[in-house]
Design a protein around this ligand. Structure first.
Ligand SMILES: [Fe+2]
Length: 604
């Protein structure tokens, strides 16, 4: 039985295909269209999933949409009526898409794919909950979902047992931790639904001076983690912006304009809202544990991408184990909706997970065979070396150890926002210059955030105070004490200078507060990547490498050989590895293209 899950029309459109409950394929539309966070109907992702399953749309047994559009429409209508006639402009701007597509999902699906069968719907948070629990390694677990907003729900909790999920309670719009965080993302000059992780990365530079102000003025925070927003400070009910003048007065002036200098105010605001978020998430986790009595916790929803908060839940929260859906945002809704049909609607049992999750490392996207890649390189006359299988890992590790920046594409693409060694740029974490080179010559950005480390799972505890595996880069851990270097106070020092101070013996991956957003790599899910880090350790004594997503700023992560080669040539990357083909920059002909490609990319 084939079930297709679809999420689209808000942000991060995606599709997912199940065969008898097993995840065959999952991908985001942006991989194919090259438009970051593409919200359009995911026709390319659907075509990819069908191809992976070897079927046509007519062979699908069910198609399921991850959200109930009429309920969302009702919420928008109610929000509009609350503030009318204010907000008329945003209402009118939203209408054509609603009347044309969002309220006609089955028609759109039929027109785009040819599928004529029934279309099912899950509720938004039901899809998040299913994406959190069903692929998890737990037979029984509490479930917590937190995001901006679904139809009405902005957070929900319950528990899963076997094939059943019971959701106990919801928090409703406009009271939303996700929207609160996004409001601050907007106010500090980053892009909503995209720049939230930057705000999180900025937090260690500031002091949480505004924490009490946020708690006293903007929200009413209850013991159970539920919050009420003081809506008089926000304008997302009917406006085109997130915050209003009153909000600005509270924080001493207007929002920071995007791309302008980041001042101490923004850093302190970031530290404050991050502290509030962690407090709320911790309270929610404690309450959910009390209500469900479970030892395990599963999480999803956009807020579950806040890996600093997740790290605290794991360390300080009441749960023994936590598992977070790697595609925690709305892309993962496609997966959750499909799994919900298989288990909840059709009543099929889960296959005993035996302590392992069934997310397959989240390597669920497109792959390209070595033959396909060779053909592509030969047709285009791009010089390459074919790596000998037995020496492949060592040859790549040697390049990294020599300080080269290596673009790496192997196996199936990751599903979710993090690159996990299938579409990654790799570098040496011990070198002080790695961070600067990667930021300025590869990513074309000046960044206040360090890169993420990939560490051998079995060696993680030698480098980090980690509690168990973190295969999806969704938990933050601190670099071990004996690896840290003492730091100057940093007061009055420009922020980029502060990041240049060597903080540990793996400086490129250590944040100001000694934290690192780590990925633990195991041999089962990603043997090729595990082998590279193992050889790197043999050469250097260091079982960690730098892993950043294979793209430049504002571009979706690369998917195909064409994307990889283009990104390789546009940047000062030294080496490109695609499956067993290795390309060296000096051997390539100069790259020519019309116009300045940097103008095509929207800054995130
Ligand atoms: Fe969501």
């Amino acid at each position: 039985m084939h079930i297709l899950g679809i999420s689209c029309f808000y942000h991060d459109s995606a599709a997912c295909l199940l065969l008898d409950g097993e995840i065959l394929a999952a991908a985001q539309e942006e991989c194919f269209t090259r438009k970051k966070h593409d919200p359009r109907f995911p026709i390319n992702a659907i075509k990819y999933c069908l191809k992976e399953g070897g079927i046509d749309a007519q062979n699908l047994d069910y198609v399921v949409f991850y959200d109930k559009p009429f309920m969302t429409f009702e919420r928008l209508l109610m929000s509009y009526l609350t503030v009318a006639p204010k907000g008329l402009r945003s209402w009118l701007e939203a209408m054509p898409l609603w009347l044309g597509q969002k309220l006609n999902i089955p028609k759109v699906i039929q027109r785009e794919t040819g599928y004529e069968g029934e279309v099912l719907y899950t509720e938004h948070h039901e899809a998040h909950a299913a994406s959190a629990f069903y692929p998890s390694p737990f037979d029984e677990a509490a479930i917590l979902t937190i995001d901006g907003v679904g139809e009405w729900a902005t957070a929900s909790y319950g528990f899963g047992k076997g094939k059943d999920i019971t959701l106990l309670k919801e928090l409703h719009f406009p009271d939303s931790l996700g929207l609160l965080y996004s409001a601050f993302t907007y106010f500090t000059g980053f892009r909503v639904n995209s720049g939230e992780y930057k705000l999180m990365g900025l937090a260690p530079y500031g002091k949480p001076q505004y924490k009490d102000l946020i708690i006293s003025e903007l929200i009413d925070m209850k013991e159970d983690g539920s919050i009420r927003l003081n809506i008089s400070y926000f304008s997302f009910l009917g406006g085109m912006r997130m915050t209003n003048r009153r909000f600005a007065r509270l924080f001493g002036g207007p929002p920071r304009r995007p791309e302008t200098e980041i001042t101490q105010r923004e850093m302190d605001i970031a530290a404050s809202i991050q502290a509030v978020t962690e407090e709320v998430v911790l309270r929610m986790a404690r309450h959910v544990e009390k209500e469900t009595g479970q030892r395990n916790l599963c999480m999803a929803g956009g807020v579950a991408l806040n890996c600093v908060a997740n790290g605290r839940v794991l360390r300080e929260g009441p749960f023994e184990n936590i598992w977070i859906q790697p595609a925690a945002g709305d892309a993962g809704g496609a997966l959750g909706a499909a799994l919900s049909v298989w288990h909840r609607y059709l009543g099929n049992d889960r296959v005993n997970p035996e302590g392992k999750d069934v997310q397959a490392g989240s390597y669920l996207g497109p792959s390209f065979s070595n033959e396909t890649i060779k053909l592509y390189l030969e047709e285009n006359g791009y010089p390459y070396h074919e790596l000998d299988r037995s020496r492949r890992a060592e040859d790549i590790a040697k390049q990294i150890a020599a300080g080269k920046i290596v673009g790496y594409m192997a196996g199936r693409m990751e599903f979710g926002p993090r690159a996990l060694g299938a579409r990654s740029i790799l570098g040496d974490p011990r070198r002080e210059d790695t961070q600067g080179v990667m930021n300025l010559k590869i990513k074309y950005r000046e960044s206040f955030r360090p890169f993420a480390p990939s560490v051998l799972e079995e060696k993680a505890s030698e480098y980090f105070d980690s509690q168990g595996p973190s295969p999806y880069m969704l938990l933050v851990a601190r670099v071990r004490k004996e690896r840290r270097f003492p730091q100057p106070s940093g007061d009055g020092m420009p922020m980029l200078e502060r990041l240049k101070v060597k903080r540990s013996n793996i400086p490129a991956v250590t944040h100001l507060d000694y934290s690192a957003r780590l990925q633990t790599v195991n041999e089962r899910d990603k043997p090729d990547y595990h082998a590279i880090i193992s050889r790197f350790e043999e050469l250097t004594g260091c079982a960690v490498i730098v892993n950043t997503s294979f793209n430049v700023r504002g571009e979706p992560i690369i998917c195909s050989p064409e994307d990889a080669y283009r990104c390789f040539m546009r940047t000062e990357m030294d080496v490109l590895v695609m499956e067993n083909c290795m390309l060296v920059k000096e051997e390539q002909l100069p790259w020519k293209e019309k116009g300045d490609w940097r103008n095509e990319l929207e800054l995130d």
